[in-house]
Ligand binder design. Structure first.
Ligand SMILES: [Mg+2]
Length: 124
């Protein structure tokens, strides 16, 4: 089976964390990577990602060209890398936090109750 599209292994985020630590350390940039600065940088990267979809009808693949796809790929990477760094600086195990949140969302939005309904839990 093609492993390229399999779920990330548990070590993937750890590897990215180590690579971002080394990248910052080699440049003496750790001093700038406060939680506040990383949160702001993350927010900027999310906006840069959203900009690629701005004014498109849906952002589906048929509306994108290769340059746009590359831009989206790079902004997604920027978002992930700042997210990993922010989690590192705040002591959050991202994988555990994500699994915890999926479980919380499953309890908040039971499938048999919300199937096909996009409203927030406070709207029904
Ligand atoms: Mg960017």
């Amino acid at each position: 089976m093609d492993n390229q599209h399999a779920s990330p292994c548990p070590d993937t985020l750890t590897e990215l964390r180590e690579r971002t630590r080394a990248f910052a350390r080699e440049r003496d940039w750790e001093q700038f990577h406060t939680p506040k600065n990383l949160a702001m940088a993350l927010s900027v990267e999310v906006a840069e990602l959203a900009e690629h979809f701005q004014w498109l009808r849906t952002g589906a693949d048929d509306e994108l060209d290769d340059a746009k796809r590359a831009g989206i790929r790079h902004e997604l990477a920027d978002v992930l890398l700042y997210l990993v760094q922010l989690a590192d600086r705040t002591g959050v195990d991202l994988r555990a936090a994500a699994l915890e949140k999926i479980a919380l969302n499953a309890a908040k939005y039971p499938a048999d109750r919300v199937r096909g309904d996009a409203r927030k839990s406070t709207q029904y």
